[in-house]
Design a protein around this ligand. Structure first.
Ligand code: SF4
Length: 289
């Protein structure tokens, strides 16, 4: 007993200060790929190797529209390896949660040379620009907001709608002493009837469709839904097929999307705190509605 206490005192506090202070991720961590559209001379190689068609090309004889969808991206890094012009690189950015699915999509339009390489960038739309409205503030104020809104802790019901369990491993880490989600007054519950937030993962297999829907319907108002991971957003590597529906929003309305494969615990925390903000809006709407 004394040894355990001594070890605890020697270890000290291990809980991360995120989001109050920025987090250091490992040097080899793969975050979102970033695209330098001005520098990009040819998107074909990257699109060809992308396993989830997150990079899609729409070619006409002398023009090309390139679409990059972070909701489909599994952060594999193949596009960066395939781009000889160094226009694509893997960053260590992970705070990508968005309240609008469209914010995860970037587009660029080019005129083309005869050999299919890019001649000139005509137009670019950087959806990610509007992501992340002050999550640090959200983190600081989350506990207070939750108390004000609910008068108690925020309860999350997690549903694995056919995931590989990669996302679940990261979600479980939210409860460990390092990430300690309970410091915000947020905890996981077993019953949807006690839940304010539905956190769903997986491409939504057809076998899990009804379970997901019933869970959502069993939750009291106000409630928010968070889709975690590439599969939860778009079906990811599985996409839409005979066995999977291709994302949580095919079944229930989603308030926050958290990209990643899987999203690391801080990325989940970032998205959950954004969703707390949505709960506030919903609650307010309900009040004045
Ligand atoms: S990092 Fe994303 S965009 Fe690039 S190849 Fe992999 S899945 Fe496609």
């Amino acid at each position: 007993m004394f040894n355990i206490l001594q070890k605890t005192f020697n270890t000290g506090i291990v809980t991360t200060a995120y989001p109050r202070t920025p987090v250091e991720v490992p040097a080899n961590f793969r975050g979102r790929p970033s695209f330098d559209f001005e520098k990009w001379t040819d998107a074909r190689a990257a699109a060809e190797v992308c396993p989830t068609a997150a990079i899609a090309l729409h070619d006409s004889p002398d023009a090309r529209k390139v679409t990059v969808d972070y909701g489909l991206c599994v952060f594999c890094g193949l596009c960066a390896e395939a781009s000889s012009d160094q226009a694509v690189r893997i960053t260590r950015e992970f705070e990508l949660a968005a309240t609008d699915r469209g914010n995860l999509v970037l587009t660029a339009e080019y005129t083309l040379n005869a050999d299919g390489t890019h001649r000139q960038l005509r137009k670019v739309h950087r959806g990610l620009r509007s992501i992340d409205a002050g999550v640090e503030d959200a983190g600081k104020a989350a506990r207070m907001k939750i108390q004000q809104l609910l008068g108690r802790s925020l309860a999350i019901r997690e549903v694995d709608a056919g995931s590989c369990n990669g996302c679940e491993l990261e979600i479980i880490a939210l409860n460990n002493p390092v990430y300690d989600i309970e410091r915000f007054g947020i905890h996981f519950v077993a019953s949807p009837r006690h839940a304010d937030m539905l956190l769903a993962t997986g491409p939504v297999t057809r076998n899990m469709e009804l379970a997901l829907l019933k869970t959502y319907r069993a939750m009291p108002e106000p409630k928010v839904v968070v889709a975690a991971g590439a599969c939860g957003i778009s079906g990811g590597i599985f996409g839409e097929n005979y066995a999977s529906l291709g994302g949580v929003d095919k079944v229930v309305p989603v308030d926050v999307y958290i990209p990643g494969c899987p999203p690391r615990p801080q990325a989940l925390l970032h998205g959950i705190l954004l969703a707390v903000g949505r709960l506030r809006e919903r609650s307010f709407d309900k009040h004045v509605g």
